[in-house]
Design a protein around this ligand. Structure first.
Ligand code: BYC
Length: 489
């Protein structure tokens, strides 16, 4: 019996074409299937991944083990040569299914036949978001505000690529021919493509500038955190172990988003103070300083939160109930919740619009799984906003950023047909049309942000930062802010 079969953790083997801790060397069929997919993946990376970057040496971390301490190794690498590996969190001996109708039974090591289609759909949707985000960010390096930021972008891109590998491993190993076909299709779809778009709405939006990138990594990667946490509870153990390891990488992506937005806010506050501008709404004067005004940052928050809230699906969903009952997808922190984890007869309050006001209605908790995850998401997303506000307050500027109400500007679910203000009051369509431009980014906001995105990639020097963003407080892996994070060559 190999170590992997016995449940012990196999060291990651970097001699192989595909680094892994799943004992690929002893599974000839799987190895062949993945080695057939690998060159197609590299072709996809070259076509749709970071543009014209093949010759750069990038200071990246590569996972070399799944041990909570020391799993990352840093060094300059060329991205097409990055070692995308298949890494699962260690197996927990004796793990049992934690929720749903199979609660207490041993977790599945193979796909339970009756749930095959449901499980495949969840894995495919999760997988599809990973390459989508890389495609969305393809052109950003041209306008990077610094080598440090460019490096962080590439780190996120290679790890999203690895997350695609993680899901493709599951599809190819456990779903036979269907799985191989899905793995091919994941390389065929493209973000915002008219004929073959990515599956979920937010992954077909543009990420045309760095403020959008930081908002995306703070708010949309956080949907990734919530969904991966729910899938990490899965009774299908290989999925759970894959997601648990992906979550360790996801934390850095949200860090990049939070500190990125924070540094933009810092540059704005510093420039306002230096110029003696105290009114945050004196937009023309603030923009003349080459920084992004706080009201525009608020409109960007409103946009990204609402598009991301749609990713949770409809608040009331039988799909979500079915995958919970089946034991495939749990709630956020399922194992820490103090209830029966079966929810028969339990209720959960879900809001809806009735006679021009929002009312809460007790719905069967099983049907309200998505509503609950969305609520957990909004609580989780509030932390960074609080820290951004602290920086604004410390700078002595009278302005407070807020998270919009969860029903604001929604396309999916209970609020899809309603018109709501960011603080959650119901209004008419006419009122919405009048006020929309004060709540959501306008063309002129986008044009202004775009005007700051200067294509200076080839001239960037270590330690240089664009006017609209402050230098980071700490570098990556203990390196200074003026370290040569990317060697452009
Ligand atoms: N856009 O019952 P419903 C990440 C579809 S992000 C388009 O309301 P359900 C990452 C839905 O597919 C995390 N379509 O919702 C972040 C269904 O279609 P079918 C990604 C949508 O099924 C940054 C129909 O509407 N992972 O990792 O309960 C960078 C009715 O669905 C949308 C996951 O999402 C939408 N926004 O829940 C990189 C986890 N919303 O099947 C990576 C896996 C819904 O009837 N996915 N629809 O044709 C899921 O758990 C669920 O599929 C969803 C939807 C939560 C997405």
């Amino acid at each position: 019996m190999s170590e992997a079969q016995s449940g012990l953790n196999v060291e990651v083997n970097y001699e192989d074409l595909i680094p892994n801790n799943v004992d690929l060397a002893n599974d000839a069929k799987l190895k062949k299937a993945l080695e057939t997919w690998q060159p197609k993946y590299v072709d996809w990376w070259k076509q749709a991944g970071p543009e014209e970057t093949g010759n750069m040496d990038v200071y990246l971390r590569t996972a070399v083990g799944v041990d909570p301490k020391g799993w990352a190794q840093f060094g300059h690498v060329k991205m097409p040569d990055y070692r995308w590996g298949i890494l699962l969190a260690p197996k927990e001996e004796g793990r049992t299914i934690g929720f749903g109708k199979h609660k207490g039974e041993p977790v599945w090591q193979e796909v339970p036949g009756e749930y095959r289609a449901m499980l495949r759909r969840l894995i495919v949707i999760q997988a599809d978001t990973e390459p989508a985000s890389v495609e969305q960010q393809r052109y950003l390096s041209k306008t990077a505000p610094s080598l440090y930021d460019m490096r962080n972008l590439f780190q996120i891109n290679v790890e999203e690529g690895r997350h695609l590998w993680a899901m493709v491993y599951l599809l190819v190993k456990y779903f036979g021919r269907d799985g191989r076909e899905e793995a091919e299709a994941l390389l065929q779809r493209r973000s915002a493509d008219e004929d073959k778009p990515r599956i979920l709405g937010a992954f077909n939006e543009e990420t045309p500038d760095w403020l959008s990138f930081f908002m995306f990594t703070y708010f949309t990667d956080r949907d990734g955190k919530m969904q991966l946490s729910a899938l990490a509870e899965s009774g299908f153990d290989p999925l759970s172990r894959s997601c648990r390891f992906m979550l360790t990488e996801e934390a850095h992506h949200m860090f990049v988003g939070e500190t990125g937005v924070g540094r933009i806010i810092q540059a704005t506050c510093d420039a306002m103070n230096k110029a003696g501008i105290s009114d945050p709404y004196d937009v023309d004067a603030i923009r003349a300083l080459g920084v992004i005004d706080l009201p525009t940052i608020q409109r960007k928050i409103n946009f990204h939160v609402s598009v991301t809230s749609d990713l949770f699906g409809a608040e009331i969903s039988t799909n979500a109930a079915n995958s919970f009952v089946a034991g495939l997808k749990g709630r956020f922190d399922e194992s820490k919740l103090n209830d029966d984890h079966q929810l028969e007869g339990a209720t959960y309050n879900v809001p809806k619009v009735e006679n021009g006001v929002i009312v809460e209605e007790a719905a069967p908790a099983l049907n309200a799984i998505n509503a609950r995850l969305l609520d957990d998401y909004h609580v989780d997303a509030a932390g960074g906003v609080k820290r951004w506000n602290k920086a604004i307050e410390k700078a002595g500027i009278q302005f407070e950023l807020t998270l919009p109400y969860k029903g604001f500007n929604r396309r999916i679910g209970t609020f899809a047909d309603a018109y709501l203000t960011p603080d959650g009051s119901v209004i008419t369509e006419e009122q919405w049309n009048q006020a929309r431009d004060t709540w959501l980014p306008t063309q002129s906001d986008s044009d202004y942000i775009q005007s700051l995105m200067v294509a200076s990639r080839d001239q960037l020097q270590p330690g240089e930062y664009a006017s609209w963003i402050a230098a980071p407080r700490v570098g990556i892996n203990g390196q200074p802010a003026d370290y040569e994070y990317v060697k452009i060559n």
